[in-house]
Ligand binder design. Structure first.
Ligand SMILES: [Zn+2]
Length: 489
């Protein structure tokens, strides 16, 4: 007994020693100071160009085809604005209906793997009845910002990429790698008309990129508590997407003589059981890499915990699961969204229907989600159906050792010298998932510096981008191209 006690104490001391040594050894490394190759950027003109782009109401609606006439006029504006780009690059109308745009800038070295940059031309609708500081489609520049729907998501990336190419062309730059710009026109409704067709086209041409860079995570400050600087998070993986329908049918009838269990009641019970049976948490892959990367920069106790996830992972998972924003990093989330029942208060529903949306953590699967729903609902009166319209498995995880990743990290350090860079998990869906067929490392990052409260502007009210971010964004994209071109094969 005594020997057992001593062994336990010795083990405990050993654990404490490992935790402390790991925690204190991880002193914050100095941020690399990289020199930025000069690039003449006309920031004021770029802001005007973005403002002009925001005036096109390229709104994607859940039902209905895109307004191609508006996309046509938008294309005309880009052609008029970026003369060098349109002279030097092959430009094609792409997608099912020609609403997307695909540009090819031929590189000098046919053996070098190409780069694929993505952005999207469509935007989400504006919620009616809510007043914006500046009207959402007026393209106003005021107070150091360009205001409007799409200023962050994602027309700023379209402008950033076009300005970067235009500025590089003005210097006489000729890329070694072939560069593709793929601008989808229906990202906000799943990208089936745009990005998915462009992916098939590129695949048919045998394009195998070194990297795919799409919109995604940002440079955020005040989001990771304790981080001494803004953190640029590069999405190296993306959660999957599945919506599951729960349907209960019954005879219906007059509400004055209800049966003991109604369709609505049965459905409500199923939803409640599902919400109480959340999928398990796990700290792995991209989110784990994020915490391990920022750990050395954190205050003492946080550093101690995050450098010892082998021991503290369960505790960290519990803490992350406590907030919706971080809960999304550690589990497949369950979100009941649509609920339908009777059409009148005195009529029993013959059909009660709910849709539950799942964002699937890498490591889980669509089939696993459906099995989980069936097990949690556990009632054969509830029909469980996977909706086929927008299903995607979680993405593979992109390498953080690749030349592509290094080019992006280096470009961030060169453009935003005072930020930390870390890999991260994209919890929403992007058009880049359609490019999986190309088998390239895919990264999701947009070069904008946002505070926690700014994140609400995306798909929300008062969307805007700082003029300084727009300018730095242009330099960032140009720098990724130059870095990737300079990288050894
Ligand atoms: Zn977007």
């Amino acid at each position: 007994m005594k020997r057992f006690g001593l062994a336990t104490v010795a083990l405990l001391l050993a654990v404490i020693a490992v935790v402390v040594v790991r925690g204190t050894r991880a002193a914050p490394p100095a941020l690399p100071a990289e020199k930025l190759a000069p690039l003449a950027v006309d920031a004021a003109a770029a802001a005007e160009h973005l403002a002009a782009l925001l005036r096109f109401e390229t709104v994607s609606k859940q039902d209905g085809a895109p307004d191609l006439a508006t996309f046509d006029r938008l294309r005309g504006m880009l052609e008029a604005t970026y003369a060098k780009l349109h002279a030097a690059l092959v430009h094609e109308r792409a997608g099912e209906d020609g609403g997307s745009l695909l540009y090819t800038w031929k590189g000098s070295d046919p053996t070098a793997k190409p780069l694929l940059f993505m952005a999207h031309l469509d935007v989400v609708p504006v919620e009616p009845g809510i007043a914006w500081t500046e009207p959402p489609f007026a393209g106003k520049i005021a107070g150091g910002f360009v205001w409007g729907r799409g200023a962050l998501d994602d027309k700023s990336s379209v402008i950033g990429l076009c300005e970067a190419v235009e500025a590089l062309l003005a210097t006489g730059y000729a890329p070694r790698r072939t560069i593709y710009l793929a601008f989808g026109h229906d990202e906000e409704v799943g990208g089936r008309r745009g990005a998915s067709r462009m992916a098939a086209l590129l695949e048919s041409r045998g394009v195998k990129p070194e990297l795919v860079l799409d919109e995604g995570l940002f440079i955020v400050h005040g989001v990771l508590e304790g981080a001494p600087a803004p953190v640029a998070m590069i999405g190296i993986a993306e959660k999957g997407y599945a919506s599951v329908e729960l349907l209960v049918e019954s005879a219906g009838g007059h509400s004055s003589m209800p049966p003991p269990e109604t369709a609505v009641g049965i459905l409500a019970g199923a939803l409640s059981r599902l919400e109480h049976a959340q999928m398990p948490t796990r700290l792995a892959g991209a989110p784990r890499q994020l915490f391990e990367t920022v750990a050395p920069f954190m205050p003492a106790w946080k550093r101690l915990v995050l450098t010892n996830l082998w021991l503290f992972s369960p505790m960290v998972q519990r803490s992350l699961a406590g907030k919706p924003t971080t809960n999304a990093l550690v589990r497949t989330t369950t979100a009941p969204t649509i609920l339908e029942g009777s059409v009148k208060d005195n009529v029993l529903a013959t059909r009660a229907r709910a849709v539950v949306n799942f964002r699937i953590l890498p490591g889980d699967s669509v089939a696993g989600v459906v099995a989980h729903v069936n097990a949690a609902v556990n009632d054969n009166r509830v029909r469980v159906t996977l909706l086929q319209t927008t299903v995607s498995e979680p993405s593979p995880q992109a390498s953080t050792e690749s030349a592509g990743y290094s080019s992006i990290v280096q470009a961030i350090h060169q453009t935003f010298p005072d930020v930390l860079v870390a890999p991260g998990l994209m919890v929403a869906a992007t058009d880049s998932r359609h490019m999986r067929v190309l088998g390239a490392d895919t990264y999701r990052f947009a070069p904008h510096v946002l505070a926690a409260e700014d994140l609400k502007r995306i798909h929300g009210t008062d969307e805007r981008i700082a003029l300084t971010d727009l300018e730095q964004g242009i330099r960032f994209y140009a720098q990724v191209i130059r870095n990737a071109d300079a990288a050894t094969r």
